[in-house]
Write a protein that binds this ligand. Structure first.
Ligand code: F2R
Ligand code: MG
Length: 355
C-alpha cells in the first residue's frame, strides 16, 4: 500500500487488532532485557522472515496483554456492551486455564482469585483493595483497551471514556491507570477516525492534550486522596514533551526513556507508545526500507523496558491508521492467535456497521 493511500475502515479494524497482536508477540522476547538494541530487533525480524520462506516457522506466543484483549472483545460482542460479571469471569477463566504461561503483572492475579469466590457479588471491589487501597497504576488497563475504540467507533470521546473507565476499574482503580487507559483508547479512536494523509500529527497531539487537561482537572479537582502534585498534569505534560521531541533530530533513547518512561506503569509506557507511532511516521536510521507500521513496532521494541506492552499499544494505534495491508503477511502468520484476532476484528466491524 502506498503510504499516502488511506486504508478502508474494515482494513483499519483488522489493522488495529492484528497490529496490536504483532506488537505483543514481537515484543515479548525482549521483555525486560537490560539493554535492547535495534540491531537485535532487526535480527529477530530477519530470522523470522527468512524462516518462514523456508517453511520452518517458529510461532511467537502472545502474553497477558492479548489474552485480556481477546476477553474484552468476546465480552463486548456477546453483551453488545459492557457486562462486569461476564468480563471478569472471562479474564479469570483465561488466567486459570493458562496459569504461568502469559506472564501477568505481579499483583493483578490476586483479583482473579477473589473473583473466583462463590461469594463474589461486587466485581469492582477486589481492585479497590490493591496496594493498600491505592489501586494499581500498572499498564494492564491500557495494554488491552484497543478494541473499545473499535466498539465505540461511532461514539464521542465522553462515551469512549465511560466504557474505558469501567473496563479499567475492574482491575485498576488508581486514577493514573484509568486516565492512561483512556489516553490509549482515545489515541486509537483518533487514529481510526483520521481520514487525512499525511497523518496530522499536531492536530492529533492537540486533541489528546486538550482531552487529558480536561480530565486531569476533572479527576484531581475532586480527588480526596490528595495525590502528589507531579501527578496532576502528568499525561498532558508528557504529551507536550512528545511534541518537543518530535521537533528535534538529536533525541537519544536515554533522554526519551528518562522523560517518558518505558516501564510497567501506565504513565511510564502509554506516552512512549504514542511517541513511537508518531516518530515512525518519518524515516528512522537503521530502518530504511520498512513501512511506517513496521517502523513503529521495531522502534517501539528497541526502546526497551516493557517491550511487549509498549509495542502492543503502539501497534494498535499504527494499525488503526495504516490498516491491515501495512502489516507484512510473514509477520502476521508468525503470531499465535491470528485467526481469532481476525474474527474479532470482523465481528466488531459488523457490529459497528449495524448499530
Ligand atoms: N509484568 C509483566 N510480566 C512479568 C511477570 C512478573 C511476574 N508475574 C512476577 O510476579 O514477577 N507483564 C505484564 O505486567 C504488565 C501489566 O501489569 P498489570 O496488569 O497492570 O499488573 P499489576 O500487578 O496491577 O501492576 C504491575 C506492577 O506495577 C507496580 N504497581 C502498580 N500499582 C502500584 C502501586 N499503586 N504502588 C506500587 N507499585 C505499583 C507493581 O510492581 C505491580 O506488580 C504488563 O507489562 C504485562 O505485560
Ligand atoms: Mg508487558
Amino acid at each position: 500500500m502506498a503510504e499516502s493511500q488511506l486504508a478502508s475502515l474494515v482494513s483499519r479494524f483488522r489493522g488495529c487488532l492484528i497490529g496490536a497482536l504483532v506488537g505483543d508477540c514481537f515484543g515479548e522476547p525482549f521483555q525486560f532485557i537490560k539493554s535492547v538494541q535495534l540491531k537485535s530487533v532487526k535480527e529477530l525480524v530477519h530470522n523470522l522472515e527468512a524462516d518462514e520462506s523456508k517453511g520452518d516457522t517458529k510461532i511467537l506466543l502472545y502474553t497477558d496483554d492479548t489474552e485480556m484483549r481477546l476477553s474484552i472483545e468476546a465480552s463486548l460482542l456477546k453483551h453488545k456492551g459492557f457486562n462486569a460479571e461476564d468480563m471478569a469471569n472471562r479474564f479469570a477463566k483465561e488466567y486459570f486455564a493458562n496459569r504461568n504461561k502469559r506472564a501477568y503483572g505481579g499483583h493483578v492475579t490476586k483479583i482473579f482469585s477473589a473473583w473466583s469466590s462463590k461469594y463474589m457479588v461486587d466485581f469492582f471491589l477486589p481492585a479497590t483493595l490493591q496496594f493498600n487501597g491505592a489501586g494499581s497504576y500498572g499498564n494492564g488497563g491500557g495494554m488491552r483497551i484497543a478494541p473499545v475504540a473499535l466498539f465505540m467507533y461511532k461514539e464521542n470521546s465522553h462515551k469512549l471514556k465511560e466504557i474505558s473507565d469501567k473496563i479499567t476499574r475492574l482491575t485498576h482503580t488508581h486514577e493514573l491507570a484509568i486516565l492512561g487507559a483512556y489516553l490509549q483508547a482515545l489515541a486509537v479512536h483518533l487514529a481510526l477516525n483520521t481520514a487525512e494523509s499525511p497523518f496530522p500529527t499536531d492536530k492529533f497531539l492537540q486533541e489528546l492534550t486538550e482531552s487529558m487537561i480536561y480530565h486531569e482537572e476533572e479527576t484531581f479537582g475532586k480527588c480526596s486522596q490528595n495525590p502528589p502534585s507531579d501527578s496532576l498534569k502528568l499525561y498532558s505534560q508528557k504529551l507536550n514533551a512528545i511534541k518537543e521531541f518530535l521537533a528535534r533530530s538529536d533525541v537519544e533513547k536515554e533522554e526519551l526513556v528518562e522523560t517518558l518512561g518505558n516501564d510497567v506503569s501506565a504513565f511510564g509506557s502509554i506516552p512512549i507508545s504514542i511517541y513511537s507511532f508518531l516518530r515512525a511516521l518519518t524515516e528512522i536510521n537503521g530502518l530504511e526500507g520498512r513501512n511506517p507500521y513496521e517502523r513503529t513496532i521495531m522502534y517501539a521494541i528497541s526502546l526497551g523496558g516493557d517491550t511487549d506492552t509498549i509495542a502492543i499499544m503502539a501497534g494498535a494505534i499504527a494499525g488503526a491508521y495504516w490498516g491491515e495491508e501495512a502489516i507484512p503477511q510473514k509477520w502476521q502468520q508468525n503470531c499465535e492467535g491470528l485467526s481469532v484476532t481476525q474474527k474479532h476484528a470482523d465481528d466488531l466491524y459488523d457490529y459497528v456497521k449495524t448499530h
